[in-house]
Write a protein that binds this ligand. Structure first.
Ligand code: SAH
Ligand code: SF4
Ligand code: F3S
Length: 441
């Protein structure tokens, strides 16, 4: 029986990480992982629901691959959209035979065995349940890279009015600290130098379940433990939430040498009125004071964010406040999202929706700001020698490699393959909107 699987991943880093664990348990279950859908007889789409467009893309894809000469292929939809739509997906994507939510991914090898045996069956599993500890830690030993993702938790307990994630991922669940440390040690022994700790709100890790120690939250205690791991040179995390970004975490930037000088802190709006309507439990002033405190410790720290434009009721004044805050903070990187109504969320009930053209215009304005401040930041790096973790060949150009500075700025430079996985010094000579160019020194 053919058992060749291709996994296509949409959505956030959490999904990427889960696709990686899934490929390990599939291989252990006798499946072969292939790198193109043409050579696979099983195609699994690990999907995202965060915006309507993300869902439409995955549904379009599932319908495309299950037509014509691909008819025989077994198509499965996994991840957040499977959880969000469940049975509805049977209508939207009639040839899909496997629908599994993100909390049940570890069951997929068993389900595929059953589906291969019985061609007329369809399996839907969107139970919430707890997550298997071994599944959460699984990495493919042959594919360990210099920079790896490590999930430290799942789910979200917040109720942001626009967001589908609490519905698709369920309540917060924290991995035991010793599992995380053990996983990172295992990665470090195999050449990993940088880890990015993942969670919907990483600074909520262990909250109310694990004790504070010396006024330090469980998340900061975890960072301190990762700092001690030999071989790990850089620590990153995604995403913290402004609400729990307290002094213990701010201080960590001054104390933990491996913590990278970059923070991705989602703001969503620069208007207190809109933040309140979004049910984001902080004010602009609190957000700004976190940034000020971080810049006192590391003046050149890179600050990136997520913003939503066109949330219901967002007036020109609200948007102006967002622009002003953007100019004040000078985020050097940002992801700008046009508000998308998500079924079942609180904001779905709001009636003061913003016309598409206004969303489009606000989106463009913020994108221009991101580019402007990103260029400004990049310009300030010209002439500096930066430590770069070399990750891969660059997409274009022979003998061109790419890697990241501690601030998470991509650098392209000439070099040979043997440098991949190493930390080297690069003198920055040129810059574009989102990339730096330099020379090895
Ligand atoms: N847990 C993270 C966010 C995860 S979702 C946090 O709270 O910071 C990633 C980003 O998608 C969010 O920060 C938000 O900017 C965007 N997003 C979420 N729901 C959205 C929606 N309905 N429409 C547009 N953007 C949305
Ligand atoms: Fe969504 Fe808010 Fe939770 Fe982030 S904190 S995942 S935006 S509900
Ligand atoms: Fe999307 Fe689910 Fe991640 S909705 S952003 S894949 S948590």
């Amino acid at each position: 029986m053919e058992k060749r699987v291709y996994i296509r991943t949409y959505g956030c880093q959490m999904n990427e990480r889960e696709s990686e664990s899934l490929s390990v348990i599939l291989r252990n279950g006798g499946y072969e992982m292939v790198s193109s859908e043409h050579s696979a007889n099983i195609i699994l789409l690990n999907t995202c629901s965060v915006r309507e467009q993300a869902e439409a893309k995955a549904i379009g894809k599932s319908n495309l691959i299950s037509r014509g000469k691909n008819r025989e292929k077994l198509v499965g939809i996994l991840g957040c959209m499977a959880q969000n739509l469940g049975e509805i997906l049977c209508k939207k994507s009639p040839n899909t035979r496997l629908i599994v939510g993100p909390n049940r991914t570890e069951k997929i090898p068993t389900y595929l065995d059953q589906l291969l045996r019985d061609k007329n069956r369809r399996i839907i599993d969107i139970e919430m349940g707890s997550i298997d500890r071994d599944f959460a830690a699984a990495h493919d030993e042959k594919k360990i890279k210099a920079s790896m993702f490590v999930s430290i938790m799942r789910g979200c307990n917040m109720h942001c009015a626009y967001c589908i994630v609490p519905k698709t991922r369920g309540p917060e669940w924290y991995r035991p600290m010793e599992d995380i440390i053990h996983e990172i040690q295992w990665l470090a022994e195999r050449g990993t130098k940088e880890v990015t700790l993942l969670g919907q709100i990483v600074n909520n890790y262990g909250i109310q379940q694990m004790p504070f120690m010396d006024k330090k939250s469980p998340f900061v205690q975890l960072l301190e433990k990762v700092q001690e791991i030999d071989g790990i040179c850089r620590i990153r995390f995604l995403s913290p939430h402004p609400k729990g970004f307290k002094f213990d975490l701010i201080d960590a930037y001054g104390k933990l040498s491996k913590l990278c000088p970059h923070v991705h802190l989602p703001l969503q709006s620069g208007s207190d009125r809109i933040l309140k309507a979004m049910r984001r439990p902080y004010k602009v002033e609190q957000f700004s004071s976190i940034i000020t405190a971080l810049r006192e410790i590391i003046p050149t720290i890179s600050i990136s964010t997520d913003m939503i434009v066109g949330f219901p009721g967002e007036t020109e004044d609200d948007f102006r406040a967002t622009c002003e805050l953007f100019d004040e903070i000078k985020f050097d990187m940002g992801f700008i999202f046009k508000y998308s109504i998500r079924p079942g969320t609180i904001a779905e009930q709001f009636d003061d929706h913003i016309p598409q053209e206004a969303k489009e215009m606000r989106n463009q304005i913020l994108l221009q700001k991101v580019e402007y401040y990103s260029r400004q930041y990049n310009e300030s790096m010209i002439g500096k020698v930066k430590e770069v973790l070399v990750e891969s060949h660059a997409k274009r150009g022979e003998q061109q490699l790419e890697g990241y500075t501690p601030e998470h700025k991509k650098v392209i430079f000439s070099g040979t393959e043997d440098l991949i996985g190493q930390l080297i010094n690069i003198k920055i000579e040129q810059y574009g909107a989102s990339t730096l160019f330099g020379k090895r020194v």
